[in-house]
Unconditional design. Structure first.
Length: 130
């Protein structure tokens, strides 16, 4: 009898944990995605004001901002454009890899890229709901 009770309890707890894993709320809802994109724009705009980028880097960052704007517009209409997000991440990362930005701006933008990557990973795990 004890073995039956123990087995039943284990199955009950295990089933609850398994269903909770698949029913968890998404980390990123529509507002969280929009807020992240807005923060990246703010950090890039701030970096423009305190650092002189080469024309190539400025072009890369302008392209990244354009990709993010278009990504955001599509997101507002329910489409997550992973290609545009990837392009923006790559462009920003290239600038981070090849410049000596002031520490504060580098940390902010690096953190933004990390968050964009995490958002992309959450999308790939189907954790983002619009």
């Amino acid at each position: 009898m004890k073995l039956f009770t123990l087995t039943a309890a284990t199955l009950f707890v295990g089933t609850g944990l398994l269903s909770a894993q698949f029913e968890a709320e998404p980390k990123y809802d529509a507002g969280a995605v929009t807020a992240l994109v807005d923060r990246v724009h703010q950090d890039l705009d701030h970096a423009y004001g305190v650092f002189h980028f080469s024309s190539g880097d400025r072009d890369r960052l302008n392209h990244a901002e354009k990709d993010l704007r278009e990504f955001s517009q599509k997101w507002e209409h329910g489409k997550f454009d992973k290609g545009q997000l990837n392009g923006a991440i790559d462009s920003i990362q290239h600038v981070l890899d090849n410049n000596k930005l002031p520490a504060e701006q580098r940390e902010a933008i690096s953190g933004d890229v990390t968050q964009l990557r995490r958002m992309r990973e959450a999308y790939e795990r189907h954790e983002i709901k619009h």
